[in-house]
Ligand binder design. Structure first.
Ligand code: ZN
Length: 184
């Protein structure tokens, strides 16, 4: 089944104002790339000294890899780019609050700051469901900037994606629905 059409255009933020909205716009564009590849639309970029040193989107389906979340890929890219596993001068932007795996990776990478758009009370682990940044004996805390930049747009995109996937699934006639086919 092809990816549902993505109704959201990419953003072209001014390069002159490199604020949270600028970097989150680039993460938003990564999420669109994910949608176009029929992946859950979550995108991530990592900034250091005003420059983007990593950009990635979720590729779990294509890679058939449960660890291929946007943030994991971006953290690996960023460490390779600066030649150090410590990302203590970097800010990570992601369109949805990170899951347990990615939140853990962010603390382990000693990111300076994490900015996420859509809080996730179900699986988010930087304040939504729980907060891995507050482990009592951990010696690193990321600065957190939850919500804010592009929160509404990123939420709308995620909701629209799952709605489109549900509609596409509903339109498959029962005899062509692979899930309902008898095992051969
Ligand atoms: Zn994750």
């Amino acid at each position: 089944m092809p990816a549902p059409d993505c109704p959201f255009p990419k953003k072209f933020p001014s390069q002159l104002i490199r604020d949270d909205e600028f970097f989150m716009s680039l993460a938003f564009n990564q999420a669109i790339d994910a949608w176009r590849r029929d992946e859950v639309p979550i995108g991530c970029v990592i900034e250091r000294d005003g420059e983007v040193i990593a950009a990635a989107h979720n590729t779990v389906e294509q890679a058939k890899d449960p660890t291929a979340h946007a943030e994991m890929l971006a953290v690996t890219q960023a460490a390779a780019a600066i030649g150090d596993w410590r990302l203590s001068e970097c800010t990570l932007y992601v369109t949805k609050e990170p899951c347990p795996m990615c939140s853990g990776a962010m603390v382990m990478a000693r990111l300076k700051r994490v900015c996420y758009a859509v809080p996730d009370p179900k699986m988010g682990c930087l304040g939504g469901a729980t907060n891995l940044n507050e482990l009592p004996r951990s010696n690193h805390r990321c600065e957190l900037s939850p919500g804010g930049a592009l929160e509404a747009e990123c939420r709308t995109m995620l909701q629209a994606f799952f709605q489109a996937k549900r509609q596409a699934a509903d339109q498959i006639p029962p005899q062509k629905n692979l899930d309902s086919m008898p095992e051969i």
